[in-house]
Design a protein around this ligand. Structure first.
Ligand SMILES: Cc1cc2nc3c(=O)[nH]c(=O)nc-3n(C[C@H](O)[C@H](O)[C@H](O)COP(=O)(O)OP(=O)(O)OC[C@H]3O[C@@H](n4cnc5c(N)ncnc54)[C@H](O)[C@@H]3O)c2cc1C
Length: 254
């Protein structure tokens, strides 16, 4: 694998259909790629013939390969590429970044998301020692995708390509004691949930991470914006989590 200013060229070495909407890609020739070790880490992916990137969670990383699980929805740049045979093709991936950071005194973990968050939820669940509850919104059957014994509530989306996770989170009962809430999914749902966590649940900022992974309502897809630099710049400027995520939403919509 060659390395160019925080970007890696990699080859698709295998492709598997995991479910109706999930395609697993194994990327090889990975010399020099270093995982952050953060359980929800993601990379930017540029597929052949394109210059725009889309973000994908590192589902698994070994010395020889990196695995990503791609949701194939109605229409989309990566969707269309990953829906056909792409074994042997070369892609570019960016340096990984991650955000999952439960404080050391956490006694519980709640993970919520739609199918795009399933890779992160699976990886987190495999590696955490915290008592974990999961709410996963998907129409797909995913036998064996999450570890055996995972405490998961499966939720059907209201319609294909839509999400109603905000209402699910608004109905949750919260455990007593310190814990951590992690969530990824459709951006409008995520914005509503951040407000709910801050205003109603009053979770301190270090007790949750809620991230818009895609946007379902607008015809125009928001710009792919790496949240890492916005997060670091916001922290350096002393901004609150609410202000930083508002900056992220604005950057994606500009
Ligand atoms: C940190 C991070 C991690 C992510 N991890 C993953 C991951 O592991 N697996 C994964 O599949 N996605 C993941 N995503 C989401 C993924 O980047 C977006 O869904 C992306 O837009 C898909 O690209 P595309 O080229 O297929 O569609 P695009 O060309 O970006 O979009 C085309 C159209 O499809 C719609 N659309 C986009 N995504 C979806 C969707 N999921 N369902 C229904 N409609 C959609 C858009 O609104 C747009 O109208 C992640 C996003 C972030 C920010």
């Amino acid at each position: 694998m060659s390395r160019r200013a925080e970007q890696y060229a990699a080859t698709v070495i295998a492709q598997e259909r995991l479910s109706a909407h999930l395609v697993r890609l194994h990327l090889g020739d990975l010399d020099g790629f270093v995982s952050t070790g953060i359980l929800d880490e993601w990379v930017g992916l540029v597929v052949p013939g394109q210059f725009q990137s889309r973000y994908y969670t590192v589902r698994e990383h070994t010395a020889d390969s990196l695995t990503i699980d791609v949701v194939v929805h109605d229409v989309g740049l990566v969707t269309e590429w990953a829906s056909r045979d792409c074994v042997g093709e070369q892609v570019t991936i960016s340096e990984p970044r991650g955000a999952f950071a439960p404080p050391a005194d956490s006694t519980w973990l709640h993970l919520v998301g739609d199918l795009t968050a399933a890779p992160a939820i699976a990886r987190i669940t495999e590696h955490t020692d915290l008592p974990t509850r999961i709410w996963l919104e998907t129409d797909d059957e995913l036998p064996g995708y999450l570890p055996d014994g995972a405490d998961v509530t499966w939720i059907r989306p209201p319609a294909p390509g839509t999400s109603a996770l905000a209402a699910v989170v608004e109905g949750l009962e919260w455990p007593s004691g310190p814990g951590y809430f992690w969530m990824g999914g459709e951006s409008a749902q995520m914005r509503a949930i951040r407000k709910h966590l801050m205003r109603e649940v009053r979770l301190p900022g270090e007790r949750y991470h809620v991230m818009g992974y895609w946007r379902g309502v607008a015809a125009r897809q928001p710009r792919a914006v790496d949240p890492g630099p916005i997060w670091r710049a916001g922290k350096a400027a002393g901004k609150s989590d609410e202000e930083i995520w508002a900056d992220y939403d604005r950057a994606r919509e500009s």
